[in-house]
Design a protein around this ligand. Sequence first.
Ligand SMILES: C[S@@+](CC[C@H](N)C(=O)[O-])C[C@H]1O[C@@H](n2cnc3c(N)ncnc32)[C@H](O)[C@@H]1O
Length: 230
Amino acid sequence: MPTLPNSPAERPPRLDARLAAAAAFVRAGHTAADIGCDHGKLSAYLAASGRCPRVLACELREGPLQKARRTCAPWAAKIEFRLGDGLAPLRPGEADDIIIAGMGAETIMQILAAAPWVFAENINLVLVPATKHSLLRRWLAQNGFALAGETLCTAAGRLYAVMDARYTGRAWQPDALWCVCGTLKGQPGAAQYRAGQLAKIQKYRRGLAGGPEADAVDRLIQELEADRWP
Ligand SMILES: C[S@@+](CC[C@H](N)C(=O)[O-])C[C@H]1O[C@@H](n2cnc3c(N)ncnc32)[C@H](O)[C@@H]1O
């Protein structure tokens, strides 16, 4: 365990379950980039806990970046602040553990697609989509990433899937059930997660008249209903 500073002012900020799960996927001793760092709590935690010797706190907007500077002030020697879109403020390879938390799946996908250097086996991606988990899982599989780990957690009354993705170069075509449920079976809250996913798909199905897409969605609903998780 790293030694933590004693002064209350220098204690690492408390993380919610979502960011704590993300921090747990960050490899100790690696340089981390916290993309969309906003309040800066994760960046501060990674530096303050000793988990990462260097943290790059990145933000699209100046206001949140200023907030991060304030939160991270006690550990500023280990943290650099960068303004810009997605991974653009980084030089390729500058960080090897990249956390993107609290953005929609489409934004996460756009950020990754715009930085081909992250399609590499030494890069550890820690992703916490705010929405459309299924879309992100499918994109990862189709772009040659494997889910090395996935943690289900509850924060502010919502269930989040925290994903640890590694590039393998082997793109694959996942089935719809895998995209919807990921690798979460057996974790606390998994049955509730699956039920929530089913409810969203049933709602989507009500907006479809018929045809091949409606047939595929019906099959997925049947699969989800048939295999209820404990
Ligand atoms: C909801 S906050 C999440 C903050 C923190 N990562 C968390 O999960 O608690 C999303 C942050 O991402 C930033 N953001 C959105 N799009 C971005 C992009 N393309 N590049 C960098 N930051 C972005 C926003 O400005 C905002 O501060």
